[in-house]
Design a protein around this ligand. Structure first.
Ligand code: NAD
Ligand code: DAU
Length: 339
């Protein structure tokens, strides 16, 4: 098989490239990535010399470029990880989210359609379901939960999901969608909660916690997400949505305190700051369908995953220090100085 992985220089896409080359050594993998602020070629350094791997720089929303790539490469499947992925950035400047996340999805699916009805998988998010109340732990997102978005980011992802399902019904494109909860692990860009807190705590800098810190996310180790996508790609039912999550709900403040404890840093580093606009209160995934149909279960317990993640950031300081020494400083000042 020859598979196009878009967004492979980012966090989850990068982990998926490694996962696929390790688990399907006879597959050819082509990674298409625009190398935005979130894309890092250093993430892919370990596979650049693998003869089954090729990197191509380009924009999924650039129709001419994508069409030429598809007619040249003859892909068997396309898995779309490429996206603008940070909620806070979408609140500051929504338009690029619509262009990449919606138009980019449409351009890729048209290329699949006109090059032999290529198998297409959309990497989506639990954020399309909106949020759940803190005082109803019995409630979880199922695949039938109505779409009800809060941020420009989640709205753009929901728009893309609807388009994917429309391409299935209207054109018969063989599609699947996975909607996963919050991932953590190696190569996570340090604007997101866990890597931001690890890297700032290591530098003895304040840790900005939004609002009261009681918002809840359902954390999954990134490799478990990669395994789920692999299963869906090969055995998932066409036209179906699969929720992916490991029943690991934790409040932000508990995560931050745990990281401080593991790094032997004081809780006095915590700084409560103005809340995110429209901040979703709680996410919780019901993964019963992917377990029942595909046998998927998460393999990594949070206690082990967070140890591995912290160890990775300690062992790979160059990777994140290169990132936080560049434009990232301006980003941090812009987003946090007035909070
Ligand atoms: P990320 O921001 O770390 O990486 C995104 C990658 O996409 C980067 O390499 C970037 O350069 C690339 N990209 C952006 N715009 C592009 C374009 N127009 N053309 C080509 N490449 C482009 O994101 P992530 O956290 O790895 O998320 C990957 C996917 O998984 C996204 O679709 C996201 O919505 C989804 N998702 C993420 C999480 C999470 O917890 N991070 C959870 C569920 C779903
Ligand atoms: O649920 C899946 C989603 O998870 C993905 O679709 C998104 O791409 C991904 O970015 C992530 O979104 P979140 O908004 O949940 O992740 P983030 O790491 O930005 O924030 C996690 C929680 O931590 C959230 O409640 C906001 C809070 N937070 C975040 C940052 C960056 C803070 O309290 N302080 C911070 O500085």
């Amino acid at each position: 098989m020859k598979i196009l992985i878009t967004g492979g220089a980012g966090f989850i896409g990068g982990n998926f490239v490694y996962y696929m080359l390790a688990n399907h050594s006879d597959y050819e993998i082509v990674c298409l990535d625009k190398l935005t602020y979130a894309g890092n070629l250093s993430t892919l350094a370990g596979v650049m010399n693998n003869k089954m791997f090729k990197f191509v720089k380009g924009d999924i929303a650039d129709k001419k470029f994508v069409d030429e790539l598809f007619s040249k490469e003859k892909f068997d499947a396309c898995i779309n990880f490429a996206a603008e992925s940070h909620v806070d950035r979408s609140i500051e400047d929504p338009q690029i989210f619509l262009i990449t996340n919606i138009i980019g999805t449409q351009v890729l699916m048209d290329a699949c359609r006109f090059n032999g009805n290529i198998r297409y998988h959309q990497v989506s998010t639990d954020e399309v379901y909106g949020d759940l109340p803190l005082d109803r732990p019995d409630l979880m997102f199922t695949e039938d939960t109505p779409i009800h978005t809060s941020s420009p980011y989640s709205s753009s992802k929901a728009g893309a999901d609807l388009l994917v399902l429309a391409y299935y019904r209207t054109y018969g494109l063989p599609v699947t969608i996975s909607r996963c909860s919050n991932n953590y692990g190696p190569y996570h860009f340090p604007e997101k909660l866990i890597p931001l807190m690890i890297t700032r705590a290591l530098a003895d800098e304040t840790l900005p916690v939004y609002g009261d810190g009681k918002n809840v996310r359902d954390w999954l180790y990134v490799e478990d997400h990669c395994h789920a996508i692999d299963l869906i790609l090969h055995n998932g039912r066409i036209g179906e949505v699969y929720n992916v999550g490991g029943h690991n709900e934790m409040s932000n403040i508990d995560i931050v305190k745990l990281i401080l404890k593991k790094l032997d840093k004081p809780e006095s580093l915590i700084k409560y700051v103005t809340d995110r606009k429209g901040h979703d209160r709680r996410y919780a995934i019901d993964p019963a369908k992917i377990h029942r149909e595909l046998g998927w279960l998460p393999q990594t317990k949070f206690a082990d995953g967070i140890e591995k993640t912290i160890a990775w950031y300690l062992d790979n300081k160059k990777w994140w220090q290169d990132i936080i020494s560049g434009d990232y400083r301006n980003y941090y000042d812009k987003m946090y100085s007035k909070r």
